[in-house]
Design a protein around this ligand. Structure first.
Ligand SMILES: *[C@@H]1O[C@H](CO)[C@@H](O)[C@H](O)[C@H]1NC(C)=O
Length: 163
């Protein structure tokens, strides 16, 4: 009887630990406004973005909204002067299709692991060359976005908005 009880406790603990690891912590939720960037120009250049377009992209205001969806899953919004992308009701680890910033259909997957939220995109019209991953962490109550391409790491800091 004692053994069964012990086994039950162990499996219950293991289950809650796994469960806990696959949820986005509360501190990630809110509205965040782009504040500063590191290596963004180099990052865009390495992706083949021309000088004029880089100046436009660098000046763009970006707001990110992350929330728990009231029905199920989570919401992520990327709000810019050019175009908004609004993904509502996705689940961690479950790929869905929606429009990307480029107006094309993307396959998108969010994951949460070791304190890092990742957002993976693949364009349906170019699956072999278009994979992109955005990594988000919370540091000093700011949302930090990390992107890597061709060995260049770019970071962008978003301040939590009080509004
Ligand atoms: C959010 O918008 C910015 C500015 O337009 C863009 O550079 C970035 O790629 C977008 N992020 C996503 C995940 O679409």
């Amino acid at each position: 009887m004692k053994l069964y009880l012990a086994l039950f406790c162990v499996s219950f603990l293991a289950a809650t630990m796994v469960e806990g690891a696959s949820e986005i912590p509360e501190k990630f939720f809110g509205k965040f406004e782009l504040d500063k960037s590191e290596n963004f120009d180099e990052f865009l250049a390495a992706k083949g973005v021309g000088w004029i377009l880089r100046q436009v992209i660098k000046l763009a205001k970006v707001t990110k909204v992350l929330a728990k969806n009231p029905q199920s899953g989570y919401n992520m919004e990327n709000l810019t002067s050019k175009k908004n992308t609004i993904y509502h009701g996705w689940q961690l680890g479950k790929t869905f299709e929606d429009e990307g910033l480029d107006g094309e259909k993307h396959k998108i997957t969010f994951d949460f692991k070791d304190g890092v939220l990742s957002e993976h995109h693949i364009r349906l019209n170019d699956p072999d060359n278009s994979a992109e991953t955005y990594y988000y962490t919370i540091e000093n109550d700011q949302l930090v976005l990390k992107m890597v391409n061709n060995g260049i790491t770019c970071r962008r800091w978003f301040k939590r908005s009080k509004k």
